[in-house]
Design a protein around this ligand. Structure first.
Ligand code: BGC
Length: 329
């Protein structure tokens, strides 16, 4: 299959004690994560078998996102006194790097022991972003953990803010929805959305709202509550302001499989798969089949003085990381 791509993505498997991960060279994407339990192996991450299906679905399932994760309002930004116009793919906004972000590119894959390094050169002006960007994504596996390191270098000042768009269902993806997964996010505040899904610009406390995940709550517990912010997004699709590098802990209420997410980026997007669709490896996807926890710079931070902008200076080498650590409760 994958007729439109003209090339079949290759999946590389990384294995360690209690964990097996498949990584695709198309989009440097996580294709599967299998965790060993007392009752056998469980798939806890959504994935597509067919890259054309993946593209059609518009889900970004498992992919590396770039050059800039999340939305840039009106697909434009100012840097060094110059305005850059980006590829708009989310009404007037640029989402997840534009129409052909790095999630739709083949990377060069280089396996080495317990690691896989994937590299890509994004040309100057790609999707409107300045500078030739050299990007390396390194996946390293250890006992029940997966560490992702992103490294970037540009020959011009530019923006760069990656994420990993893995969708999880810790009760096992065959279940078809993630609503019973329990979640705790290490954040006291979040950035509310305007109607176009870009941030209003303020930061609000989560206390007393359905966004309060400061103690464990089932993802589905308050998702249908009457709340303007949930209505705008059709569920959770919001950036949380992290207090430190430990972003979140989740676990399957039935499987007991737990996941801890760590990062050096300032925010995490909780997206409850509100528009999930497409024929995945596990059958037709429905909304809420999985949830994504996307460590990130705040959405539209390039245009918001209140937020830290993800500027990468010419010649500077920057790295960011995301770690997923699995266990049991
Ligand atoms: C975004 C959603 C979007 C989804 C799939 C998420 O990261 O926040 O708004 O629908 O990706 O594109």
């Amino acid at each position: 299959m994958t007729e439109n791509l003209g090339r079949v993505p290759r999946i590389y498997e990384l294995c360690a004690d209690g964990i097996r991960v498949g990584i695709s060279d198309f989009g440097a994407a996580i294709n599967y994560i299998r965790i060993q339990t007392e009752r056998g192996w469980r798939d806890v991450c959504l994935g597509f078998d067919d890259a054309d299906e993946y593209i059609l679905s518009g889900t970004y399932c498992g992919a590396t996102i770039g050059r800039v994760a999340n939305r840039i309002k009106d697909a434009r930004f100012l840097l060094g006194g110059r305005e850059y116009v980006l590829s708009a793919n989310d009404n007037k906004n640029c989402n997840h790097g534009g129409k052909e972000g790095v999630d739709r590119k083949f990377f060069h894959a280089d396996p080495c022991g317990n690691m896989l390094e994937l590299t890509l050169v994004s040309p100057d002006g790609d999707m409107g972003f300045p500078g030739e960007l050299k990007l390396a994504v390194r996946y390293a596996i250890g006992a029940r953990r997966l560490d992702i390191t992103y490294t970037a270098l540009s020959d011009k000042d530019t923006l760069w803010a990656p994420t990993c768009h893995a969708y999880f269902c810790l009760d096992g993806v065959q279940k078809g929805n993630c609503l019973d997964d329990m979640l705790k996010i290490y954040a006291d505040s979040y950035t509310p959305l305007a109607a176009d899904m870009t941030p209003v610009g303020n930061i609000l406390p989560v206390k007393g709202t359905p966004f309060d995940f400061t103690s464990f709550r089932a993802i589905g517990e308050r998702i249908n509550k009457k709340c303007e912010q949930l209505e705008i997004a059709g569920g959770y699709d919001h950036n949380f302001v992290l207090k430190g590098s430990h972003a979140a802990t989740a676990y399957g209420s039935e499987s007991g499989i737990s996941l801890d997410v760590y990062t050096d980026m300032p925010g995490v997007q909780l997206y409850t798969g509100n528009f999930l669709r497409g024929r995945s490896r596990f059958g037709e996807l429905s909304p809420r089949a999985g949830f994504a926890l996307e460590p990130q710079f705040f959405p539209d931070s390039a245009n918001r003085k209140e937020f830290i902008a993800p500027v990468l200076r010419a010649g500077e080498i920057k790295t960011h990381y995301i770690s997923y650590i699995f266990g049991s409760v």
